[in-house]
Design a protein around this ligand. Sequence first.
Ligand SMILES: O=c1[nH]c(=O)c2nc[nH]c2[nH]1
Ligand SMILES: [Zn+2]
Length: 486
Amino acid sequence: MISVDKHCVYKFHVFYGTFVDTPGLGRLRIRFNTAVGVCTDESSNKNGKIEFIKENSENPLDDVKNFDPSLTYSDIAIIDYTHATHSSVFFLPGFVDTHIHASQYPNVGIFGNSTLLDWLQTYTFPLEASLQDLDMAQLVYERIVRRTLANGTTTAAYYTTIDAASTKLMGRICSELGQRALVGKVCMDACSPEYYVESTKESLRSCEEVLNFLQDELNDPKILPVLTPRFAPSCSRELMKGLAAESRSRGSLHIQTHLSENESEVDWVKSLFPECKSYTDVYDSCGLLHNKTILAHCIHLSDEEARTIQKRGSGISHCPISNTSITSGECRVRWLLDQGIDVGLGTDVSGGHTCSILACARQALLVSRHLAMKEKEEQNKERVKLTVAEALYLATLGGSRALDMGESLGSFEVGKQFDTQLVDVESQGSNVDVFPWQHSSLPAMKLTLHTPPLIAQENLLAKWFFNGDDRNVVRVWVGGKLSHTL
Ligand SMILES: O=c1[nH]c(=O)c2nc[nH]c2[nH]1
Ligand SMILES: [Zn+2]
């Protein structure tokens, strides 16, 4: 490495090494010896953006001087990771967690044999209610933001609780720790325990308070508000319509909610809203579905419901660890993708027991294989299986698109934000064992019958995909700014 990060000093950073991303579903792009130039001038409106990408670069300093001759040497930092075990170290877009309950973090791993509706009553509502204590909220929220960053998550769509003060605190914490976030105060005015419910009026009012704080007071472009009607059973029609109106009146704010997660929940929604054609229609008839709406789970949808979601341009958060843990079902991801619906991954802490999107990507791949085993036709069996490249797409660009942020996040392109993790497959303490002869960057060995095979970069990636964890996340940058170091 030639130089280290001192962001206040350098107006321009050039990151140099191997860049891996998925510019489309199933497309794995690996660019060696690549220089990526990022504006890190806080006074510029390009701050945090990728300004140039030079493949097969021999000298990143020449590249940046060619790009902008007015930059002086003291303006420029070169972050060089082309050294040593070159094939094991690579830049990857930061993960996007499209669905995570920050307030449920203390409960990770605690779900017993419950399913959704009893899990909410037994474990979830009591914990969420307790977080109106701001000291507790500070502990929990700070810990989860640090933990998700350490796992390579650069953007997260968070649910907090019904409490406005601690939700504002969460916005502040994300901003201070340098994570891009959508922060949503949970809204619920129906069918909820008396210790954890709001009136319709109070829900809309406290929602407004949080919106005003995030937009006017905190005013950090990385922290966006997201309107959060918890799910149809816990919201009146009036509340859902009020939130839809709020989204429209503020220029299409993001909306997040749960949809069709569990069969008992689907039946319950039918009985609560008999006038609606389907669970999806409940949201649609209230005006909640648009291209900035993120719908978690979507396991038990009908063809018609999927068509409505596609037409509205809403995104889906697939939460495979949660869906397996609280036995909700298997989301048909290929079926959704085939209809042109944007799908990303969600940890769904604490229905899901980990903050790691990499773990969710692995589980998404495995769930797709369970679906494949149920297919009768051989060719369908193959089709429903997700590949490593597809699972990585869901974890990065797919998630960005589901949040309607694909234009600025999720892959390495000029004009996009530099939201990036540096992965070292062989970092100290790594769970991934790579043997010396497996490095594709070693000089070609004389082939004999007994020469062990080299592995291609794709296979090295697969080894990391299935065995890696936060010990491999060496650094994380959000908008070109360092937010985590191992
Ligand atoms: O996974 C889930 N987590 C929740 O907190 C929740 N609330 C309603 N439906 C839900 N599903
Ligand atoms: Zn959830």
